[in-house]
Design a protein around this ligand. Structure first.
Ligand code: SF4
Length: 250
């Protein structure tokens, strides 16, 4: 018999990654990868649903992030305001990040698909740090880890080992709920801990656990959560680990 957590992870693995879902709306593979890169570069201090919504708003006016002329700042600021993201700590940098991702793709002749195929994960990891706000200040470059592991959905990469799986707000909530979270750990130790939890939860495919935990009690809208798309709270196999579900049903 499958244990409840594995059952939940397996079912969650069918739920699309929200940023990959937006990227997939673009018309061709290189453009999809640019959108994915942009989504990952913007994933800071924002909920997944808010970021997904913001990217969808941008897509109403921008087909290809790399197209010239680059998107006007006013257009970007309007999208921020329309999505009620004025208080987002990254808001002042968003235009610069969009332009930087566009430039990154143009330098690679608008063929990020070929670039990915011809570069090892460690080369991709290094090159992505050229992008504005893509992790030059953090040795672990969590946004690039996210990009590399999402990139697998769209494209092959050159030979080489992938770096550790990324953490997420949901994974952090899981660690706190299961009392594994240690605030004293440095970022490198935290990443090692979360990777060992992914392995423990789903030994055959830790990436499934990583994918699933990003949805754990991740706010969607109002009192709704992403994980309710996997199971409703009253049938949720991991309800015992979740204080949010309990608060919903009372
Ligand atoms: S109980 Fe509800 S809120 Fe909690 S993990 Fe399950 S579906 Fe999500």
């Amino acid at each position: 018999m499958t244990d409840p957590v594995s059952e939940w992870i397996l079912k969650a693995s069918q739920l699309k990654d929200p940023l990959a879902e937006v990227a997939d709306k673009a018309e061709n593979l290189p453009v999809k990868i640019s959108w994915l890169l942009l989504g990952c570069a913007l994933q800071q201090g924002i909920k997944l649903a808010e970021l997904q919504n913001f990217l969808l708003e941008l897509q109403k006016n921008i087909n290809d992030v790399a197209e010239l002329p680059a998107p006007a700042e006013d257009l970007i600021l309007n999208a921020i305001s329309k999505c009620e993201l004025k208080d987002w700590n990254l808001a002042p940098q968003v235009a610069g990040i969009i332009w930087s991702v566009g430039r990154f793709a143009r330098i690679r002749k608008n063929r990020l698909d070929l670039w990915a195929k011809n570069h090892s994960p460690s080369d991709i990891w290094r090159e992505c740090s050229e992008i504005f706000y893509m992790g030059r200040t953090s040795a672990l470059r969590p946004k690039i880890l996210n990009f590399l592991h999402r990139l697998k959905i769209f494209s092959q990469m050159g030979a080489g080992a992938l770096p550790p799986l990324p953490s997420s707000a949901g994974a952090r909530r899981w660690l706190i709920q299961t009392k594994v979270y240690d605030p004293e750990e440095n970022p490198k130790e935290k990443l090692r801990t979360v990777n060992s939890i992914y392995k423990e939860l789903f030994p055959k495919k830790p990436a499934f656990a990583c994918h699933a935990l990003q949805f754990f009690a991740e706010p969607l809208k109002g009192n709704a959560y992403f994980c309710q798309k996997i199971f409703p709270c009253n049938a949720c196999p991991i309800a015992e680990y979740c204080r949010w579900g309990a608060s919903i049903s009372t």
